[in-house]
Design a protein around this ligand. Sequence first.
Ligand code: RUB
Length: 409
Amino acid sequence: MSIDYLALDEELDPEGYLICQYTVKSDLDIETAGKRIAEEESTGTWTHPTTLSDEIFERYGAKVVEAEGDRTRIGYPVIDFSGEIGEIPQILSIIAGNLFGLDSLDGVRLVDIELPSKIVNKYPGPQQGIEGLRGILGRPEKPLVGTIVKPKIGLPPEEFSDYVYEAGKGGLTNSKDDETLVDQDFCPLEERVSYVSEKLDLLEEEGHKMIHAHNISTSVHKILEAGDLALENGARQLMVDVLTVGFSGLQALAEDPSIKVPIHVHRAMHGAITKNPDHGISMPVIAKLVRMAGGDALHTGTYGTGKMHADISEELMSKEALLGEMHGLKRMMPVASGGLHPGLIPELMENSGNDVQIQAGGGVSGHPDGVRAGAKALSQAVDAAVKGIELKEYAKEHLELKKALDKWM
Ligand code: RUB
């Protein structure tokens, strides 16, 4: 057999390979570009190593199974990912490693991955998932509706918890720390969790169930300790900035038996990786890895509404990555966040459906009558969309919504 990474006529057994789809921008033809990626990331290098035998190539070499237009699909043999230790860091070092720096390729984007059960089944995945979250909140069908405490940083713990209480009184099911708040001197984690937990208890006594995600993003060697600290003080949900912490931090938490609360996953920094259409890694790929690593809810975008860049087709793929079948892993909750306000909800929900956690920070705290009214207005907008009633019509009977629409539409 001769060493040629091109295997266009070969049918790959989907259980024997991790198959990646890349788009490539290069002066090279797409077949050659695909071969460069396959050899760099499996058994080759820039020249033919005299140590590479036909046998090694046959067992461990990646195969280019499609190359057309600007797209190529490459299958990496499952054995390349074997062993107990490598896990997600090793998967990424192979399928998303050196290839991004190859000089012969002006741009490469990893747009999708198909993971075989042999790899996925090594991971327990989400412990709660969407059903777990819905169960905790007693909200089986409607979207979850939440807020991010604003300003992003600066509120001391007690005022912070007042915000959460007001949001709960306005009907929200969820609230969370912002991605930039962890344990700063002006709002230490321990005190913040303790105050917020008291307010959540009070809300529950008053008949309203709500959870708050506490951001414990830190170095991997401290994350379990931070999680324990939050739980000891009554945390109902934890939050991790998965890309700044790393997938390993999320996995360490999700797989620790003492962590029994859901984990909210923020994707801060993803724009550096996902935004360039010619280069980087798509959000759906990140979503699949987060699901394997054990996140329960993940930010996946607001479908063209709001303040953050969006590619709707990728956002729909991310939604599918969280909600579709994945070798038996629990389904995750997609989170829509970023520049949302009540006026955007119908457009958002046309794409998201009901399986979504909708969150607004400014779109709640910026309401002319404050947080409680802002929370009511957001809840009313979601109720209107669920019932299929036009916002303006619904606002005739719902003053908070009317004021929000007057301000933002
Ligand atoms: C939302 C906010 C979120 C990001 C996340 O605040 O700051 O952290 O928008 O974006 P606001 P994404 O509601 O005031 O805009 O989910 O796209 O990663």
